[in-house]
Design a protein around this ligand. Structure first.
Ligand SMILES: Cc1cc2nc3c(=O)[nH]c(=O)nc-3n(C[C@H](O)[C@H](O)[C@H](O)COP(=O)(O)OP(=O)(O)OC[C@H]3O[C@@H](n4cnc5c(N)ncnc54)[C@H](O)[C@@H]3O)c2cc1C
Ligand SMILES: NC(=O)c1ccc[n+]([C@@H]2O[C@H](COP(=O)([O-])OP(=O)(O)OC[C@H]3O[C@@H](n4cnc5c(N)ncnc54)[C@H](OP(=O)(O)O)[C@@H]3O)[C@@H](O)[C@H]2O)c1
Length: 454
């Protein structure tokens, strides 16, 4: 080919951005050129780093600086506010690119099949996270009316949700939270947040740092319950084989020694283990949750005891994992919520490779893992893409201007890297008089208008 390799990447979260970076570097190392268009449905890049990572984790949000450096490369062109499936299709991408990588992540909450899950007052963690992180496609207000709240799940998202619910709004004010989120949290009457893990303390999926952080939240006491501390052979094996598990269990054990009279904060964050949700109940709205006491079966798994405990709560948040959404025309494994693929090569139902179509990140392997893990993911996908290059059918129209004409013909108000720089500068300027790094702009039309200089 006399022109540079043309690749479309759909989804400008960490997975898509790392894939772009790795592809540019690999081509460069062999003296070959590449030109990448990175399509993103939002007017802002960075995926869950901007719209998932908690606002009071500025160090992790700082990964944006590294992603920014990638996106400012000449070989990569950001096309924001473009939704794959409505604004552009697979046929469009096949016509204009030699290969396509999907990195659309997972945005929805996994279902939880428990009676009462649809009662008013029962929420998905992903929706709450999107609200407090100022995602443009979610409602501006959130009903924070409960004094007692249950959070289901023992992963890091459950910790984020519980911490943001328990924290005083003024302690979040130095962060980038938009004003509507500050006002909502300021009115939050919460007194008790109860986090429930269905297995034991050695089976939780909390990270040690994130767990320890709970102990330092101002005016919030962490409460654990000694009757929840059970360890079987599987637990001992887990503790002995993982330093992380050892640290997590140690932190939890330390909290068992705190005397009740030492706990004087106005808000309490309870961590419960070995309890599985059985029913969310209430007359037209959440009034309580019934949990079944579980016991370890020797392997680290659990079985029911038939003993039930009712907790009076007015809201329930399920943080039991995220789930991927299908994309038009792309083979999808509905059971796992991922694009069908083998090591990033998209395959159809019969297992045959779909030439020139790849996946990476959470939509490739499911909603588990840290930002850094999307790098090794991207590396695997890009390696396969590059080894397939000779066999791929080149784009019929590889002119980089053609896709822009197509978007314009369709009246898609796409945004660009310069547009993001304008929005970024605007958000920083909003924060500056208040001594804050930035204040997020939330409404999509406002984000788009600022990006497009309108
Ligand atoms: C609440 C939460 C907090 C987290 N906190 C941390 C943390 O503190 N530290 C850490 O290491 N990891 C954290 N993670 C994990 C981390 O966010 C993920 O590992 C990572 O974001 C996955 O990257 P991704 O690019 O696959 O998906 P995403 O980050 O979700 O990016 C996908 C991108 O694709 C775009 N997209 C989706 N559909 C379309 C479409 N149809 N057309 C165009 N674009 C589309 C989305 O808008 C998004 O920008 C957290 C996860 C969650 C859920
Ligand atoms: N600060 C950070 O570093 C940070 C912050 C947020 C997210 N993340 C990462 O993002 C990824 C996703 O996090 P996540 O918290 O959504 O997922 P996760 O780590 O997979 O945790 C999900 C939790 O939900 C529980 N669960 C699942 N189904 C359940 C059911 N039917 N009933 C009761 N409990 C159920 C799981 O219990 P079982 O184990 O028993 O299945 C587990 O405790 C993780 O890799 C996480 O580390 C990182």
């Amino acid at each position: 080919m006399s022109r540079p390799l043309r690749v479309a990447i759909v989804g400008a979260g960490p997975a898509g951005t790392y894939a772009a970076d790795i592809l540019v570097r690999a081509q460069e190392a062999e003296g070959k050129s590449v030109s990448i268009d990175l399509f993103e449905r939002l007017p802002a890049p960075f995926g869950l780093v901007r719209y998932g990572v908690a606002p009071d984790h500025p160090r992790i949000k700082g990964i944006i600086t590294a992603l920014h450096k990638v996106l400012e490369r000449d070989e990569i062109r950001l096309l924001g506010n473009v939704n794959f499936g409505t604004d552009i299709t697979l046929a469009d991408l096949r016509r204009h690119y030699d290969a396509v990588i999907f990195s659309t992540g997972c945005v929805l909450d996994a279902d939880l099949d428990v009676p009462g899950i649809d009662l008013p007052g029962s929420y998905g963690a992903a929706d709450f996270v999107a609200w407090f992180d100022g995602h443009p496609d979610y409602p501006r207000t959130w009903p924070l009316e409960a004094e007692k709240v249950a959070v289901l799940g023992a992963g890091n998202v459950a910790l984020d949700v519980a911490r943001i619910l328990a924290k005083h709004a003024d302690d979040l004010l130095p962060t980038e939270i938009p004003d509507n989120v500050y006002q909502g949290l300021k009115a939050n009457p919460v007194r008790e947040v109860h986090v429930f893990g269905r297995r034991g303390p050695a089976q939780v999926k909390f990270s040690p740092l994130e767990l320890r952080e709970l102990g330092h939240v101002p005016d919030v006491d962490v409460v654990v319950h000694p009757e929840d501390f059970e360890f079987d052979e599987g637990s001992e094996a887990a503790i002995n084989s993982s330093n992380q598990t050892k640290q997590v269990v140690q932190t939890l054990m330390n909290w068992t020694t705190i005397e009740p009279e030492e706990q004087t904060a106005s808000r309490q964050l309870h961590l419960h283990f070995l309890q599985r949700p059985v029913e969310i109940f209430g007359d037209g709205k959440v009034e309580g949750i019934r949990m079944e006491r579980m016991e370890l079966d020797g392997t680290g798994n659990v079985k029911g005891t038939g003993e039930f405990i009712d907790y009076p709560v007015q809201a329930v948040y399920r943080a039991v994992g995220y789930f991927g959404s299908p994309l038009d025309g792309i083979p999808f494994d509905a059971a796992k919520g991922v694009i069908r693929n083998v090591e990033g090569r998209v395959v159809d139902e019969s297992g045959a490779v779909v030439p020139g179509v790849y996946a990476t990140g959470w939509i490739k392997r499911g909603p588990v893992g840290l930002i850094g893990h999307t790098k090794s993911d991207a590396s695997e996908t890009v390696t396969h893409l590059r080894s397939d290059l000779d066999a791929l059918t080149p784009a019929a129209d590889g002119d980089p201007e053609s896709i822009l004409r197509l978007l314009e013909e369709r009246n898609v108000p796409y945004t660009t890297w310069d547009g993001w720089l304008a929005l970024d500068a605007h958000e920083r300027a909003l924060g500056e008089p208040h001594g804050r790094a930035r204040i997020k702009v939330v409404p999509r039309d406002e984000m788009t208008a600022i990006s497009r200089g309108a």
